[in-house]
Design a protein around this ligand. Structure first.
Ligand code: G4F
Length: 327
């Protein structure tokens, strides 16, 4: 029987990789999208004729119930959220409503329609915030440092709670930062790769960043969607940290990106206080030992390869845009 998957946040970076991955596994893929005057499916262009896009909203429980009744998925991957950490200080209530309560709306809708649906919740390393131990694993206590991190802690625990309360197959993947050429340009790795390409090609002069000392455990989004799927194929639902186990600073990211195009980053990068955060997560490094052991998962792409892959993709895209402008 063909498996059906419903993916929220399908228009985002991870949604695009996951949809592609699930199609490759033979799934019928449904993506939930919000109704919007100008719908943008840039990342899904190559998949548009192979996936089904259906309207639904994390803020509207009836729309979720109706969607699940219509699609009757075997698996739901809840990737949708307000995902940009700085915005969560500007819109803390909206962030909580979709990123935290949106999870409960989904779990309630599953209970109402079909409790056998398997549910994946996109939890985040931002939950560790002011880290309580190093490296961080499934048993490390949370100490979130942003309204986004706080909302994700709620989403994580409500997933655990519904699993324990109602015996639902609900898993939480605690994913450390995951990047790719499809990453949004506000996030630091893509902001850097895009700037390195544009500066190299002479269409940008400077790159303004915030905290260069912040350290993250950056992995490749394409590797991480495989882990999500594996979680839902197990006999028992559980929570897993997904990470590379390596931590690098924003400064190292800049060095690799600019070095790859033979530029000295010191000539182009400026620190601008508008990009500093009210509270920072200084250093994250994950321990994915449980995922390695139980899911047989491990990352294939590591830091330098990831950043250079992103710079190469941006070089190609910017060159193409410049050539198109000339025509
Ligand atoms: O790229 P970032 O904005 O990612 P952040 O805040 O770690 O969160 C991302 O990863 C989480 C874990 O998977 C997700 F849950 C979340 O949704 C999101 O995808 O910032 C990374 C670091 C921060 O410490 C930030 O202060 O880079 C530092 N940084 C320095 N300059 C900057 C900048 N971040 C951004 N976005 N822009 C800058 O100019």
């Amino acid at each position: 029987m063909t498996q059906r998957a419903l993916v929220t946040g399908v228009t985002g970076q991870v949604g695009a990789y996951l949809a592609d991955f699930l199609l490759g596994k033979g799934y019928e893929v449904y993506g939930m999208i919000r109704r919007s005057a100008n719908e943008e499916f840039e990342r899904l262009e190559h998949l548009r004729d192979r996936i089904h896009l259906e309207h639904g909203d994390l803020l509207d429980e009836m729309s979720i119930v109706n969607l699940i009744e219509k699609v009757r998925p075997h698996e739901i991957y809840n990737l949708a959220a307000q995902t940009f950490v700085p915005t969560s200080w500007l819109q803390p209530v909206l962030t909580g409503d979709c990123t935290a309560l949106g999870v409960t709306r989904f779990l309630e809708a599953i209970r109402k329609v079909d409790e056998s649906i398997r549910f994946y919740q996109a939890s985040s390393s931002e939950m560790f915030g002011a880290v309580q131990e190093e490296p961080q694993s499934e048993t490390t206590p949370f100490y979130p440092r942003s309204p986004y991190g706080v909302a994700k802690v709620y989403g994580h625990w409500i997933t655990v709670n519904y699993r324990e309360s109602y015996d639902m197959f609900a898993c939480s993947g605690i994913l450390f930062n995951h990047e790719s050429p499809l990453r949004g340009k506000d996030f630091v790795t893509r902001k850097i790769s895009d700037a390195a390409a544009r500066i190299k090609l002479g269409v940008q002069k400077k790159l303004k960043l915030g905290n260069l000392d912040a350290q993250r455990d950056w992995g490749y989004a394409g590797d991480y969607v495989r882990a999500m799927w594996l979680m839902l194929q197990q006999d028992e639902p559980d929570d897993y940290v997904i990470a590379t186990g390596e931590s690098h600073s924003v400064r190292e990211c800049v060095e690799v990106a600019f070095g790859h195009v033979d530029l000295d980053w010191n000539d182009y990068v400026e620190v601008d206080s508008q990009f500093l955060r009210p509270a920072e997560v200084h250093r994250l490094r994950g321990d994915a030992g449980k995922a390695r052991e139980k899911l047989g998962w491990q990352p294939e792409v590591h830091f330098t390869e990831l950043i250079t892959m992103m710079v190469d993709a941006d070089l190609e895209r910017v060159r193409f845009e410049l050539e198109s402008d000339d025509e």
